[in-house]
Design a protein around this ligand. Structure first.
Ligand SMILES: NC(=O)c1ccc[n+]([C@@H]2O[C@H](COP(=O)([O-])OP(=O)(O)OC[C@H]3O[C@@H](n4cnc5c(N)ncnc54)[C@H](O)[C@@H]3O)[C@@H](O)[C@H]2O)c1
Length: 325
């Protein structure tokens, strides 16, 4: 197939590209490299089945040319990560809403099957764990910028489902804390990257608040497998799926595991969220996906144990630290 990956130079996107290239597809990436890195896809440059376009999904002319030539689209380009959203909420809203609108409008025009990357952030502060795809969303006030990311992704989902209603085969995947090699310390799953970097440098490992808040970390190879299934399983069209592991770990415990894995002597220190994100910041205590629908419809289950995934991630961070990048 000819597959278009938006945001394909980013963390998850580049692993998706690896898997699609491995499967023998012709892959085109559009990425404006605002966060993504050429290094993430450098090993494919020059390959006859790989094409890279350095442009924004807000450029409708470029996008139209690429969508017209595609059999399948994975739309991952977005402004991701609390840090970026809090720093420049306007840019995040425009890219995350208008960008997705552009992709879906063109996918509809040329009738191309599409997978839209959404986020566990859409659940906001919901405490109804495990979080079901049809569960309520509970958000903070619009004066707290971080919730704009949740709402932007929710609008993307509304767009997707509206096009699905018109018959377009479109599927939404809600990712839960992906981690692995190429993780950007400034990105969404930044806590794993931050802990590895701090541990390897012997700096204090900074845990926000009491460290008892939990997350379900999903190894990126699993995230990618779920994404590809969402784009290829026929019954997935018109549906929304949680894609993630349902194994929960407290952030404080994660810090200890990473310290042990790296053999670091770093001390673990606690600090308030507000010292990193400002006084308006709000956080959620637990984020656990209900994975029933993904299991039943996609046959998807996250398989990589946390320790195994962390070991593979550590190897990559070690190499990065040694090369000084
Ligand atoms: N990492 C996670 O755990 C996680 C969790 C939930 C949702 N997601 C979603 O998954 C997708 C991929 O996330 P990621 O973690 O790989 O983030 P990432 O930041 O590494 O990837 C996003 C990519 O989009 C590119 N991009 C940004 N604006 C663009 C624009 N205007 N035009 C073209 N490219 C643009 C960036 O350069 C980057 O390469 C995003 O849609 C994100 O919202 C990720």
């Amino acid at each position: 197939m000819r597959i278009l990956v938006t945001g394909g130079a980013g963390f998850i996107g580049s692993h998706l590209v690896d898997a699609l290239m491995e499967q023998g597809h012709e892959v085109t990436v559009i990425d404006n490299l605002s966060v993504g890195k050429i290094a993430n896809i450098a090993h494919h440059l020059g390959h006859e089945r790989f094409h890279f376009v350095n442009d924004s999904i807000l450029n409708a002319t470029t996008l139209e040319r690429l969508v017209r030539q595609a059999d399948l689209i994975f739309h991952l380009a977005a402004v991701v990560g609390v840090k970026y959203v809090v720093e420049d909420p306007l840019n995040a809203i425009i890219v995350n809403v208008r960008g997705t609108e552009n992709v879906l409008e063109l996918a509809f025009k040329y009738w191309v099957r599409t997978v839209i990357a959404s986020s566990s952030e859409v659940y906001g502060k919901s405490t109804a764990v495990p979080l079901r795809e049809d569960g309520d969303r509970i958000l903070g006030p619009t004066t707290v910028p971080r919730w704009s990311y949740s709402d932007a992704k929710a609008i993307d989902e509304y767009f997707a489902m509206a096009y699905a209603k018109k018959g377009l085969p479109v599927t939404v995947v809600r990712y839960f804390n992906a981690y692995g090699p190429r993780l950007d310390p400034r990105g969404y799953g930044s806590v794993v990257a931050r802990f590895f970097t701090q541990a390897l440098r012997g700096e204090p490992i900074t845990v926000y608040e009491d460290g008892r808040q939990t997350r379900c970390f999903t190894y990126v190879a699993d995230t990618v497998r779920g994404t590809i299934l969402a784009g290829t399983v026929q019954e997935a069209a018109g549906q929304i799926f949680n894609i993630g592991s349902d194994r929960e770990i407290a952030i404080g415990e994660l810090a200890e595991r990473i310290r042990a894995l790296t053999g670091s002597r770093s001390e673990i220190v606690h600090m308030p969220y507000t010292s990193a994100y400002g006084p308006d910041f709000e956080e959620t205590r637990r984020r656990v996906p209900d994975v029933t629908r993904a299991r039943q419809v996609l046959g998807f289950e996250a398989q990589t144990a946390l320790d195994e995934g962390l070991m593979r991630t550590l190897e990559w961070f070690r190499r990065e630290e040694e090369s000084g990048s």
